[in-house]
Design a protein around this ligand. Structure first.
Ligand SMILES: NC(=O)c1ccc[n+]([C@@H]2O[C@H](COP(=O)([O-])OP(=O)(O)OC[C@H]3O[C@@H](n4cnc5c(N)ncnc54)[C@H](O)[C@@H]3O)[C@@H](O)[C@H]2O)c1
Length: 655
């Protein structure tokens, strides 16, 4: 892919570096970085070189890869160099006339199929693209600090479905998570963020508290470092000032949004003097006063965004956590406090601040319910349940499992739904949440974790509506087990399938020891279970783990399979729960460095479990999983994984 980034200021080089890293494995890819000022280009190129040097020094990037990345960067002052780009992201000054001028020039340069994004913090797409010859290929693509690795990018679509889908997949290919927002001033995240910063600035301007006190109070309560620390990192005072002006003049604006003068007075100057840091000490009353004001603003603006459909609730919650760095999403924070308290905070603030808008759901004390990690979409009589935890490859936490269960239960009781596809944000299902598993203190807690999952997996397996998993990429451990509870699996070409539990000093606990042999046969299953090795899409299909052949679009193919089942032309069915004959002698398997103690538990569970109906086999598996807790090797495996990741083999003690 050939990409152009226009503007080598605060954010442009970081965006270019992120794109270069995402495209590193694609031969022939290039990223142009354009600026009108040579010094800005030089500074940008030097910053990227610095990132690469640091990456190599820390062993995160091979020096050959760093060289290739450096070679794919083309700094230039000539906009015409972007003629071959597939995608150009404009990240020049936050000024409507500059953006329009760049767009007009760009339209005469780039190919007709080149997509054009604007990294604007708050200018609506309709204003930027109002004079465009081809507005349908123009999108807002709003990134966040630090732009080389921050996952979310807000996208305002153009209304052209095909180009919109292409824009979304381009952003995904560049390693980012697209979040769709409406075309309003400051979109979703910067509405909340800029008003949060503006309120903090007002608190300081009014002499209520100092930046050091505000940061300490806010960070202790909701994380995120505190508003002034964030401003010092992003040098964003003037940008927030501009965004406040935009929101003030918007249809939904009022005098309340007027930017505090202190923001422009501060300009690029840091709020904190690193050499003489301010005293964060404060009494309880001040802490409450500051926090109440900050929370009122954050909640009112978040529910404004959700109530007005600027952004869907699950997305908004995730976005606020990822983009603003708070300890939880702002909808979660509001839920934790409860509708009554949120109402009290916002109405009290509104009484003291004319023009402050309190959204309907807060006035009615009826905060909209939302799922944090699972989304449900409809496509006619089909529903797609999508696990959404892209920051951890959609790992299955306890919360996620319970949200999957709730989503499936709701769809089961909905007569307008006839079939379900279960998938994730990008098809990957990295497995159970290892931090949660490692924290299980006793064999009893381990057993309970397995037993608690049985009704969830059973609901899927026993559903009288066809449920087909659509997966791709890394589908490991718990993710593979969840897929096996479905009535069929459709896989993408990049599938990497495995039950790697033994590498972590445990055995599968969500049905893997019982469903995998019933699906692909004891001999193949025992090899995968005991070695933890993974297989590719072709094997998964050939062995009957997955339906048909690997496909380019697993969700579309899974929907097709569900439709064929409903039409009676194909049949999908859950794994046969009948006992399975186990040969007396199992094939020889070289388990390499893996734990002999865990291997013994695993083989015992497979042998005894398969001889029983599935439900009893699953209980035997839960007991086996609990036995792992009493081994030394579970601690060794878990610690190794958490400290060193999956590539470093654990030094098991076989105890
Ligand atoms: N800074 C952030 O953290 C951040 C975060 C999200 C979005 N954004 C958005 O990204 C954009 C850039 O922000 P920034 O903070 O990097 O701005 P900046 O002022 O630091 O840098 C802008 C750069 O654009 C260059 N420029 C101006 N006109 C140009 C033109 N015609 N052609 C090529 N280059 C030109 C300038 O020389 C300058 O180097 C803005 O729209 C901003 O709202 C910034």
């Amino acid at each position: 892919m050939i990409v152009g980034v226009i503007g080598s200021g605060a954010i442009g080089p970081d965006l270019a570096y992120g794109f270069l890293s995402a495209l590193a494995r694609e031969a022939g890819s290039k990223v142009y970085l354009v600026d009108i000022q040579q010094e800005a280009l030089d500074r940008g190129a030097a910053r990227i070189a610095g990132y690469l040097q640091k990456g190599v020094a820390r062993g995160k990037i091979a020096s050959s890869a760093a060289k290739a990345i450096q070679g794919a960067l083309v700094p230039t002052r000539n906009l015409a160099d972007l003629k071959d780009c597939d995608y150009v992201l404009e990240a020049a000054s936050e000024d409507l006339s500059i953006k329009r001028r760049i767009l007009a020039e760009l339209e005469g340069i780039v190919r007709p199929d080149c997509l054009i994004g604007f990294a604007t913090s708050g200018l609506p797409r309709k204003h930027i693209a109002s004079e465009a010859k081809h507005p349908e290929r123009c999108f807002v693509n709003h990134p966040f600090y630090p732009a080389w690795r921050s996952l979310p990018i807000e996208i305002v679509l153009s209304g052209d479905e095909t180009l919109g889908a292409k824009m979304v997949s381009t952003i995904e290919k560049l390693g980012r998570v697209p979040i769709i927002t409406a075309d309003v001033e400051c979109f979703a995240a910067d509405d909340v963020f800029c008003n949060y910063i503006a309120e903090a600035a007002r608190i300081v301007e009014e002499g209520v508290a100092t930046p050091a006190q505000v940061d300490a109070i806010v960070h202790a309560a909701i994380g995120g470092g505190g508003p002034f620390n964030v401003m010092d990192l992003t040098k964003g005072n003037l940008l927030v000032h501009k965004c406040q002006q935009l929101m003030q003049k918007a249809e939904t604006g009022s005098g309340w949004f007027a930017p505090p003068a202190i923001l422009t007075k501060q300009g690029d100057k840091p709020w904190h003097d690193r050499k003489a840091p301010g005293d964060p000490a404060h009494d309880e009353a001040l802490g409450k006063k500051v926090l109440d004001r900050i929370l009122a603003v954050i909640f009112a603006r978040t529910y404004f965004v959700v109530d007005h459909g600027v952004c869907e609730a699950t997305d908004a919650n995730w976005l606020m956590r990822m983009a603003l760095g708070f300890r939880s999403g702002t909808l979660e924070l509001a839920e934790e406090l409860g509708a009554e308290r949120v109402h009290e905070l916002c109405t009290k603030y509104a009484a003291e601040h004319p023009g402050f808008y309190v959204p309907r759901s807060i006035i009615d004390k009826n905060l909209p319910a939302f799922q944090r990690t699972v989304k449900t979409e409809r496509d006619g009589e089909l529903a797609v349940v999508r696990i959404f935890r892209p920051e951890v490859k959609n790992a299955l936490s306890k919360l996620t499992l319970s949200e999957i269960d709730r989503a499936i239960a709701t769809l089961e009781s909905d007569p307008t739904v006839r079939g379900i596809v279960l998938t994730s944000y990008d098809g990957a299902l990295a497995g159970a949440d290892i931090n949660e598993l490692a924290a299980l203190p006793t064999p009893e807690a381990c057993r309970k974790t397995c037993l608690d999952s049985h009704p969830i997996f059973d609901r899927i397996a026993r559903s009288n509506k066809p449920i087909v998993a659509a997966v791709d990429g890394a589908v490991l451990g718990g993710g593979a087990e969840l897929s096996m509870a479905c009535h069929a699996r459709v896989v993408g070409k990049s599938l990497v399938l495995g039950q790697p539990e033994v590498n972590l000093g445990i055995i599968p606990g969500y049905g893997g020891t019982q469903r995998l042999p019933r699906l692909i046969g004891v001999e193949r299953a025992i090899d995968l279970l005991r070695t933890g090795r993974s297989v590719r899409a072709a094997d998964a299909c050939a062995w009957g783990w997955a339906h048909g052949e690997p496909v380019a679009d697993p969700v579309a193919s899974a929907k097709q399979l569900v439709r064929e089942h409903l039409a009676g032309t194909k049949r999908v069915a859950p794994v046969d729960p009948a006992p399975l004959a186990v040969p007396d002698t199992l094939p020889q398997v070289d388990i390499g460095h893996r734990s002999l103690a865990i291997d013994a538990i695993l083989v015992d569970v497979v042998r005894r479990g398969l001889k029983k109906p599935l439900a009893e086999g699953l209980t035997i598996e839960a007991d086996g999983f609990a036995r792992c807790r009493s081994t030394v090797d579970m601690d060794v495996g878990m610690k190794n994984f958490i400290q060193n990741g999956p590539r470093v083999p654990a030094a098991f003690l076989h105890e």
